[in-house]
Design a protein around this ligand. Structure first.
Ligand code: ARG
Ligand code: ZN
Length: 465
């Protein structure tokens, strides 16, 4: 098939560039570091992320021209080497690289597929912190995912939206784009006066310099690359504060404003509900971005500032994306196949919320999901490929796992477990095995029957197993 052929072609190209790099003889006095791996061998996305270093901070300085769609960027990436490195990879797609420096010295750069290979003038030693600066420009690419949805850089008349779950962030900045490498971010964006640029985190006041407006955003808690968002357009931006003083920054396009406004105002109330069930909100600000229907096919939990197309901006979806701030963002998946830890939990949060709001009971939702054949295509902890990352079993059957767990543990223990899980891995990453081990350790029970039947089993178990 085509994608297999593409993968084979990419493999050949990267093998050739590896040979070319290996032919370079290290200069006098250089330590003979290895080359950082081109991917983290994620079973579903083997080339995503890179080995040999751990990013601490991204400083992105961007300049966007909506008329031409041209983006000019400087990415400053501060990382710590986890092995001796003579070369390392960054995930980066499409855009043209003007130059790369490492610790202020020019470095050589090679492109192949979605990989940018950087060879610094001097080897980097394990444990060292190093700063890579990449200058780049061009028209960023829209990526079509295995499931047919679009991500990366999305354009619509005069506006742009950057989203990256699972692999679109490489369209607009180079990085270690696997959820297991989280970092803090500072994003500064220059746009034509009259437009706004909104990212996650906390804003600095925008300044207008001549015909441009420049605005900076800081995410001071660690964030996975796929959770970075950038919305550019004629946005109405507003900040309110929750009773405890958390800033809630909302941005909405003028076409969506009137219809979105009533629900946007309820964010503090929904957050308070989440905090009661899941524990303290994990980030220094909250909010939402609402864009016109059609600009995006799905809502996305981008960190601290989820994004919604207007036709998906409803109460259950808002609650779902807010719940992801605990489950998916603060606790992010170790591998993409652990995605049910995001989607199953956020779906269960929706069930809980709707029951509280006078909708169907959670037990009814469970029975409904149980009866839906779509939820039984595969076990939630084992999505077969990238096209099934956001398929029904990950959501519906993932939520069923939690409901069965609740039946075994009882309400008190179950809700303490949800809060404990969010606290234990706050701002970290976690796998399915971490979850099952945590649940058993905390409850002092052997729970393999729940895992075998609901999390890993191929068939549909009896309703009450
Ligand atoms: N994580 C999103 C949610 O809250 C869905 C993302 C879908 N992305 C995609 N590329 N299909 O459910
Ligand atoms: Zn979700």
């Amino acid at each position: 098939d085509l994608s297999a052929r593409c993968r084979a072609a990419v493999a050949v190209v990267s093998a050739l560039s590896a040979v070319a790099l290996a032919a370079c003889v290290p200069g006098p006095g250089a330590v003979r570091g290895g080359q950082g791996a081109a991917g983290l061998r994620d079973p579903l996305f083997p080339k995503l992320g890179n080995g040999g270093y751990d990013v601490q901070h991204y400083g992105l300085d961007l300049d966007y021209d909506p008329a031409s769609g041209h983006l000019a960027g400087t990415a400053e990436i501060t990382a710590r080497a986890t092995q001796d490195l003579s070369a390392f990879h960054l995930d980066f797609r499409g855009l043209t690289v003007a130059d790369v420096t490492v610790d202020g010295r020019p470095a050589s750069a090679n492109r192949a597929g979605g990989e940018l290979t950087v060879r610094p003038r001097r080897d980097i030693r394990e444990g060292d912190r190093f700063r890579t600066v990449v200058r780049y420009s061009g028209v960023p690419e829209t990526v079509t995912d295995a499931d047919g949805s679009r991500e990366g850089w999305l354009r619509s008349d005069g506006a742009a939206l950057a989203v990256g779950e699972p692999a679109g962030s490489a369209s607009w900045f180079p990085g270690n784009h696997h959820p297991s490498d989280k970092a803090t971010y500072a994003v500064t964006v220059s746009v034509p006066r009259g437009l706004r640029a909104v990212a996650g985190g906390e804003p600095r006041a925008p300044r207008t310099e001549g015909r441009r407006t420049v605005q900076s955003w800081r995410s001071t808690e660690p964030m996975a690359g796929h959770l970075a968002v950038l919305a550019i357009g004629e946005l109405r931006v507003e900040t309110v504060h929750t009773p405890s003083g958390l800033p809630v920054v909302t941005a909405v396009s003028p076409e969506a404003e009137e219809r979105a406004e009533p629900l946007l105002r309820r964010i503090p109330e929904l957050l308070a509900w989440c905090e009661e069930r899941f524990g303290p909100y994990p980030f220094s600000s909250a909010g939402a971005i609402v864009v016109p229907s059609g600009d995006l096919e799905y809502a996305l939990e981008t960190q601290s500032r989820p994004v919604f197309p207007l036709d998906r901006f409803d109460e259950p979806t808002l609650l779902h994306e807010l719940a992801h701030q605990w489950f998916g963002n603060s606790v992010s998946p170790a591998r993409w196949s652990d995605i049910w830890l995001n989607e199953g939990f956020a779906t269960y949060a929706e069930w809980l919320w709707q029951a509280d709001a006078g909708g169907p009971s959670v037990a009814d939702r469970f029975v409904e999901a149980y009866g839906d054949d779509g939820n039984w295509a595969f076990p939630p902890a084992e999505p077969p490929g990238p096209a099934e990352l956001f398929a029904p079993p990950v959501y519906g059957r993932g939520a069923m796992v939690l409901h069965r767990l609740r039946a075994v543990l009882g309400d008190e223990e179950f809700f303490a477990l949800l809060r404990g899980w969010a606290a234990e891995h706050r701002h970290g990453t976690a796998s399915t095995a971490d979850f099952t081990a945590y649940a058993e350790r905390r409850s002092g029970r052997e729970l393999s029957q729940v895992w075998d039947a609901w999390l890993f089993g191929r068939g549909r178990p009896p309703l009450t197993d």
